[in-house]
Design a protein around this ligand. Structure first.
Ligand SMILES: Cc1cc2nc3c(=O)[nH]c(=O)nc-3n(C[C@H](O)[C@H](O)[C@H](O)COP(=O)(O)OP(=O)(O)OC[C@H]3O[C@@H](n4cnc5c(N)ncnc54)[C@H](O)[C@@H]3O)c2cc1C
Length: 429
């Protein structure tokens, strides 16, 4: 029997054709691929290790309110757009697959451990309220009535009802099921020579160019994917892809995160019913309850030399701080510690959209590199932003673009154009 993760896909030693090639099979690439497929296009998704990047580690908090950071208000509109899309996105996926994508409307409690944490959360609340977001202070008594295992020593609590969650591993599995199912049901969508399934288990080696447009992907294994549109969605590795437009810089940096998964013994279930996001002496920690009775405790944020390894100090810090908020954490069974890198950008916002070509215009509209869409740099918010990224890419495939998302243009960190001609276009393959 074929499971989503061993779907054989296309042979990488041959040439396949599709309307859309998506490079990278994390949550973002899968979400975009599914949306493109739902729009009636044939799609191939290229990844030799799908679902194992940052998406494997993510807690899956869908938290536009809690994740509002000072001076990142530009991101808020995108996060709120994504958040509003989540119920429909999850329902569409569940009905396409008959499976549960792991989306839950669990509420969120923000909790401060000491007086300084209380002030920090009150300051954040002012910013949240100034942006029209719903956050309500609770007394410690009220918070403990909702979550009886919260420590009585906490200093402050805020109800954040609009922040929810999804299980990213279930989500990727559901997206793969949906893509595989639709690829089999709709063979008429495939153009001549196209694959009859969506997955190409290989790595993209370089973009192929044809007459000034991106025309597909050369695979590391020697095969070729020819596509009318190529979406670069391979997370942290996107900037290293050969054949990106000349002068386009995708300044991605790894921001490592340690995260834990723990089983809650029967007598302590449920440990918490809300996602608990704490500040403990200035350090952030969260506890996310899952449907299966486990909890996720995360996450550190470090840019050190440990790279992909789990940090002992990070695990210590997470357990110490989670225990300060919910003392019973000490009685849980540690199932898993994982570290992955978030694809960070200089302004913590994604690189999302077509690549503009300065000076060029098509039918009165600003010109762009044909056949190419960039979707990377989702940093701390890739799971939340997946439905928005998918919808934005679908609009771009349909020839539309929404000016609200111009601030996320993928060329915003690239050198200013100096040539009178189109600096980003490559003419050769
Ligand atoms: C500890 C931790 C906790 C997090 N918690 C949350 C959270 O609660 N909520 C939230 O919204 N976000 C969270 N994030 C962030 C989120 O995980 C990322 O923003 C998101 O997973 C990025 O998805 P992606 O698809 O862009 O990248 P990835 O998931 O990294 O996927 C990239 C894929 O590209 C593939 N690839 C790489 N190079 C190539 C190539 N040349 N050819 C083909 N394929 C290639 C890789 O194999 C990989 O599968 C968290 C991240 C971490 C690390």
């Amino acid at each position: 029997m074929r499971t989503p993760f061993n779907h054989p896909g296309a042979s990488s030693s041959s040439t396949v054709r599709a309307d859309v090639a998506v490079i990278g099979g994390g949550v973002v690439g899968h979400g975009i691929a599914w949306e493109a497929q739902r729009s009636g296009r044939s799609v191939v998704l290229i990844d030799d290790a799908p679902g194992t990047g940052a998406s494997w580690a993510a807690a899956g908090m869908l938290a536009p309110v809690s994740e509002l950071h000072y001076q990142e208000e530009d991101l808020l509109e995108l996060m709120l757009d994504a958040s509003s899309r989540w119920p429909g996105f999850a329902a569409g996926l569940d009905s396409a697959t008959g499976a549960d994508s792991g989306y839950l409307t669990t509420a969120t409690l923000a909790v401060g451990a000491d007086a300084a944490d209380r002030r920090a959360l009150m300051d954040l609340r002012s910013v949240q309220q100034a942006n029209g977001l719903e956050v309500e202070p609770l007394t410690v008594r009220e918070a403990r009535k909702r979550e009886p295992l919260l420590s009585p020593a906490i200093a402050y609590a805020l109800d954040t009802p609009a922040d929810h969650q999804v299980d990213p591993r279930r989500l990727v599995a559901a997206l793969r099921l949906a893509l595989a199912g639709a690829a089999q049901e709709l063979p008429e969508l495939a153009v001549a020579g196209a694959v009859d399934s969506y997955a190409v288990p290989d790595r993209a080696a370089r973009l192929l160019w044809d007459g000034g447009a991106v025309g597909g992907v050369r695979l590391a294994g020697g095969g070729t994917v020819l596509a009318t549109e190529t979406v670069v969605a391979n997370g942290l590795q996107a900037g290293a892809l050969d054949g990106l437009p000349d002068g386009l810089e995708l300044p991605l940096r790894p921001v490592h995160g340690d995260i834990l998964r723990l089983a809650v013994p029967r007598h302590l279930q449920p440990l918490v019913t809300s996602t608990v996001r704490g500040l403990v002496h200035g350090v952030a920690v969260y506890i996310v309850p899952r449907q299966d009775g486990t909890v996720v405790i995360g996450a550190t944020q470090r840019e050190d030399a440990l790279s992909g390894a789990v940090s002992a100090g990070g695990v210590y810090q997470l357990l110490r701080d989670a225990q300060a908020l919910v003392p019973a954490v000490a009685e849980l069974e540690l199932l898993e510690s994982t570290a992955r890198a978030r694809p960070g950008t200089p302004d913590n916002a994604p690189l999302l959209g077509r690549v503009p070509v300065p000076g060029a215009s098509v039918g009165g509209q600003a010109g762009h590199v044909p056949g190419l869409i960039i979707a990377t740099g989702f940093f701390r918010h890739g799971v939340l932003l997946t439905p928005a990224a998918a919808a934005i890419c679908r609009e771009l495939l349909d020839g539309k673009s929404d000016p609200r998302w111009a601030p996320f243009s993928p060329d915003r960190f690239s050198r200013p154009a100096t040539a009178a001609t189109s600096p980003f276009i490559k003419e050769t393959a």
